[in-house]
Design a protein around this ligand. Structure first.
Ligand code: 5GP
Ligand code: MN
Length: 343
C-alpha cells in the first residue's frame, strides 16, 4: 500500500470541535484515554500529560490505558500521572469520550478498538502521516514532531496551564520522538515548546538520564552480543546500504532482560555510516518479530513498513513480521529497493 494523499494539519474547525467535545462533557462524564500498544515515551507521555490536564479541569472519572499486558518499560515507570492507568480489562466499556494518543491506525489500539464504537465520542491526537483517519474527531498533524505537541496545544486551548507534572510527561514525549532534539522534525516551535515546559522548573538532565541513559548491566552485555552479529549489506537500496541485526527471546532470557531494553537497540545500529537503512528484528513470538526501521533519508521507511502491514514516519517506522528472521529480512530488502526516493 502506498501512502495516501498528504495529510494536512488540523484546521481551526478541528481544534474548535475537539475543545467543544471536552467542554460539553457532563460533570460525571467518564473519559477514557488510550495510547498505542507497547507504549513509548510519546504515547505514554502525551496521554498522561493530557490526563493530568483534564484532571486539573475537574474531569473526575478519568482512566488511561493501553492494549496488552499492563506493564510499563522501566524507564517510563516513574512518570507523573501513573495513578490514572488501569489495565485494559478494567477500562470503561462505554465511556462518554475516548481520546486516542499516538496511534496511526485503529489496529494499534488492540483489544480496546471497540471503544471507538461504544464511546459517546472519539477524539484522535496523532502526528503520523500514515494516520488512517479512524475515530470521529481528528487532531492529526503530520508536521508535529510528537503527539505531545498536539496534546499541549489542545490543553492550551482548553485553558489548562502547564505545571511541572504535566510538563514532565510532555517533555519525555517530546524528547523521545525528536531523539532529544536531534531529528529532522526539530523545528523552532519544538524548541519553543521545550522552553515552555522547562519554565515550569523541571530538570532535563535528571529526566533524560532516567529515560534514555539508564539500563541494567545485563542489557549492556545483551547489546554487545546482538551488535556483534550485525550485518552490513552495502548493495541494498541501490548501493545506499542496509545494516541489520536481530534479538531473540532466548537472547533476552539468557541475559535476564525484559523486551523493553531492546527499544533503544536501533539507535546503536542506525549510526552505521555505510548504510542508509537500519533495521532491528525483535522476536516477540515463535514466528513473530517486531521490526524497527530507520532511514537517513534516501529511503522512505514508512513506505517499507506500510507495504509490510505497519506504519510510521519517513525516517522511523515499524511493523510486525512473520516467519524466520531471514524471511522477514528478505521481504524488507524487496520493499527497501521499492521505497528508494528518486534523487
Ligand atoms: P519503533 O521502531 O521505535 O518501535 O517505531 C518507530 C515508528 O514506527 C513509530 O512512529 C511507531 O509508531 C511506528 N511503528 C512501529 N511499529 C509499528 C507497527 O507495528 N504498526 C504501525 N502502524 N506503526 C508502527
Ligand atoms: Mn509519536
Amino acid at each position: 500500500m502506498l501512502p495516501g494523499p498528504a495529510l494536512a494539519a488540523p484546521t481551526e474547525a478541528d481544534w474548535a470541535a475537539a475543545v467543544a467535545a471536552v467542554r460539553r462533557l457532563p460533570a460525571d462524564a467518564r473519559v477514557l484515554l488510550v495510547c498505542h500498544v507497547n507504549p513509548d515515551g510519546d504515547a505514554l507521555g502525551s496521554m498522561l500529560g493530557f490526563g493530568l490536564g483534564l484532571r486539573r479541569l475537574g474531569v473526575g472519572r478519568l482512566q488511561a490505558t493501553f492494549p496488552g499486558p499492563p506493564e510499563l518499560p522501566e524507564p517510563l515507570g516513574w512518570l507523573p500521572g501513573l495513578d490514572l492507568l488501569v489495565p485494559s480489562v478494567e477500562a470503561y466499556p462505554d465511556p462518554d469520550l475516548v481520546v486516542c494518543f499516538d496511534a496511526a491506525s485503529a489496529s494499534r489500539l488492540g483489544e480496546l478498538v471497540d471503544r471507538l464504537d461504544t464511546a459517546g465520542d472519539a477524539l484522535v491526537l496523532d502526528h503520523h502521516a500514515s494516520n488512517t483517519g479512524f475515530g470521529r474527531l481528528h487532531l492529526v498533524d503530520p508536521g508535529a514532531a510528537a503527539t505531545s505537541v498536539v496534546a499541549e496545544e489542545l490543553l492550551a486551548r482548553l485553558g489548562v496551564s502547564l505545571d511541572a507534572e504535566i510538563a514532565t510527561c510532555l517533555y519525555v514525549a517530546l524528547t523521545t520522538d525528536t531523539g532529544s532534539f536531534r531529528f529532522e522534525a526539530t523545528t523552532p516551535a519544538v524548541h519553543q515548546l521545550a522552553a515552555r515546559l522547562l519554565a515550569t522548573g523541571i530538570r532535563p538532565g535528571d529526566i533524560s538520564r532516567r529515560v534514555f541513559d539508564t539500563r541494567p548491566f545485563g542489557a549492556v552485555r545483551l547489546f554487545g552480543e546482538v551488535l556483534g552479529r550485525a550485518v552490513l549489506d552495502p548493495t541494498a537500496a541501490a548501493g545506499r546500504g542496509l545494516v541489520w541485526t536481530y534479538a531473540t527471546l532466548d537472547d533476552l532470557a539468557r541475559h535476564h532482560q525484559r523486551p523493553y531494553v531492546l527499544e533503544s537497540l536501533i539507535d546503536s545500529v542506525r549510526c552505521t555510516a555505510e548504510a542508509d537503512v537500519a533495521c532491528v528484528l525483535k522476536q516477540v513470538g515463535s514466528d513473530e518479530w517486531a521490526v524497527s526501521l530507520r532511514s537517513k533519508g534516501a529511503v522512505d521507511v514508512s513506505r517499507v513498513a506500510m507495504a509490510l502491514g505497519g506504519g510510521g514516519h519517513r525516517f522511523a517506522a515499524g511493523f510486525t513480521g512473520h516467519g524466520d528472521a531471514q524471511e522477514v529480512l528478505g521481504r524488507i530488502r524487496v520493499e527497501v529497493d521499492a521505497a528508494l526516493i528518486a534523487s
